[in-house]
Ligand binder design. Structure first.
Ligand code: ZN
Length: 324
């Protein structure tokens, strides 16, 4: 489905079959000479056929097209190597540029991390095997043009500034058009669904980063948010307040789970409430347990940073308890 949102700015909704996200929004901005495509879809045939025909319908010439990718996830950058041509500039952030050109390098580390935090081996292996980031990532090396905070991209009547918004991922970047008051928010701010905030290694605190990035964007003058998934929306401040409230409630829930006694992160995840179609934790497919586990970890790390939770690190296992 191709839709004109503003003059020369279009949305193509690219389906993500059998994925709870349902679809991703790819935005296309055209001017006389070149086009800019923001986010692409997964590296799979179902995405490529819809995006390609959408671009064709809009008269986009890939030989005169550049790409901006909000963050490393496969649903956003998976199709870049299939679409980019010799003349394309692919704009991306520095923290994620090198890891995205070394696919597979982080899975071993993630597996060891999950093992130490109580994730059972058989389900862990299945979750990693079926992870969309493993199955649908871009194939092949991409030469990125690195952008950072405040850098600009001019396309036709639009002048976008890069806003670093770490949290959903380490290098996540939004685009802000100050004259038109637009925010291309990637997966930083979504409506109807909550961006996944996951921790998969011990040396980061993504929820803390995320809350800071929400505060950063709160004061921006924004008329319309163009998110990576689901519908466009207007009142970003109201949504940011809801998202902060959501994470506060989740953090409180983790504290109340630990009140009953110390636990590893996998056990904490199994006791949190999840908005899912499955009746019980046992029925969750390994893939959903993986995301739930990552969310539980992010909240535990955040609470540890605030001095409300402490970890007891044994040789084989990490356990969390309330800090008295
Ligand atoms: Zn994402």
């Amino acid at each position: 489905m191709t839709e004109e949102i503003l003059p020369n700015l279009y949305r193509i909704e690219v389906p993500l079959p059998r994925n709870p996200l349902q679809a991703i929004n790819s935005y296309v901005i055209k001017d006389g000479n070149r086009s800019l495509v923001i986010d692409t879809g997964m590296n799979r045939e179902e995405c490529l056929s819809v995006l390609s025909s959408g671009l064709k319908e809009l008269g986009v010439d890939l030989k005169k097209t550049d790409f901006f990718i909000t963050h490393v996830h496969s649903d956003h950058m998976g199709l870049v190597p299939s679409l980019a041509t010799d003349t394309s500039i692919v704009y991306f952030n520095r923290p994620e540029a090198s890891s995205s050109n070394k696919p597979g390098s982080s899975w071993q580390r993630n597996d060891e991390f999950a093992a130490k935090h109580g994730f059972p081996e058989d389900e862990r292996k299945k979750a990693i095997e079926n992870h969309p980031g493993r199955k649908y990532s871009p194939q092949g090396h991409i030469d990125f043009h690195i952008l950072q905070e405040g850098d600009t991209i001019r396309i036709g009547d639009y002048l976008f500034s890069c806003i670093e918004t770490p949290g959903h991922t380490r290098g996540h970047m939004c685009l802000y058009e100050s004259r038109k008051k637009l925010l291309v928010s990637g997966d930083h701010i979504l409506i109807d669904i909550t961006p996944n905030i996951s921790l998969t290694s011990d040396d980061e605190n993504p929820l803390n980063d995320y809350l800071n990035s929400l505060d950063k964007v709160y004061n921006f003058d924004i008329k319309l948010v163009l998110p990576g998934h689901r519908r466009l929306f207007k009142n970003h401040r109201e949504r940011i307040t809801e998202l902060k409230q959501h994470h506060q409630e989740r953090a409180d829930e983790v504290l109340s789970i630990l009140e009953a006694g110390k636990k590893n992160a996998f056990q904490v995840a199994s006791l949190m409430t999840w908005d899912m179609t499955y009746k019980s934790w046992e029925q969750f497919p390994p893939q959903q347990k993986w995301f739930a586990f990552g969310e539980a970890e992010a909240h535990l790390k955040y609470l540890e940073g605030k001095g409300e939770v402490e970890r007891l690190t044994g040789e084989q296992e990490v356990i969390f308890s309330l800090k008295n």
